[in-house]
Design a protein around this ligand. Sequence first.
Ligand code: NAP
Length: 287
Amino acid sequence: MCDVSYSQDISAKTGLVALLGHPVSHSRSPQIQNAAFRERGLDLVYLAFDVLPDGLEAALRGLEAVGFRGANVTVPHKEAVLPFLDEVAPLVATVGAVNTLVYRDGTLRGHNTDVEGFLQALETGWRRPDEGDTCLVLGAGGAGRAVVAGLLAAGAGRVLLYNRTARRAEDLCSASVDWGEGGCETVAAAELSEALRQAKLVVNATSIGLKDGVKSYPLCADELTEEHVVMDLVYGSEPTPLLQEARKRGAITIDGREMLVRQAALAFELWTGISAPVEVMRRWMRA
Ligand code: NAP
């Protein structure tokens, strides 16, 4: 259980970190990050700001002007923020999106902690992929791009990519030629059964399975076996229908909440320079 009756002394010296998104009211990042700051005894506060697309530049300049240490950026600003940055970390150019900002010495630097967060989450249930692994990825949106980048950078031998809009999958595979030794190939809906037979790892990076959203997956979940490792980036308080089916069939399953915690922990470390209290952050995400 979390101790929810805490107090925090805010003074004129308290440092500030922001979340910029639209909407943000559903986000658990303030609870997770503030719990982590308290756990490490840091005089920092994390606040969420609902920023419309045409207010992004003003918000970024405002954070800088009043001395914020950093920020997370979420939908719809992850790509829109790029033109306002002074520097980007290497993976940002690959993924084309930013989720963490650091203000330091008058410079605004963009990072993407989703890729490493995805790989760390994978390791909690399985391991990083290697050249012997075929991985089936569903989805070629922002999350799919981070997953394909992570798998190829980690050394996966082969990535099979399905997307409802085939053109998006083709574009992502074309963009990924320099991301690792392994290759990325698109698969059509009719080829998914065969792709599933060949794959060890299956990752859902579509938004299918969200609470109250579409629940029907393009692949037949009853073709999953105990040989598979299944990770779903979609998260909620319950395991998604895909993870429930995968569990029933004896597959290893990894919940999207673990990636959420890992990318948050990596952002914490960028702002503070100290190791994140991952277990505390995990507890507050589930609270
Ligand atoms: P996005 O850029 O909007 O992409 C959405 C993806 O889902 C696209 O590939 C889209 O296909 C596909 N899709 C949506 N509805 C579909 C349907 N009815 N049938 C088939 N495909 C459908 O979103 P995103 O940023 O990639 O995020 C995708 C999901 O990952 C979200 O649920 C998000 O919350 C989750 N996520 C989780 C984490 C985490 O830390 N766990 C991190 C990032 C994202 P089309 O191209 O055909 O539209």
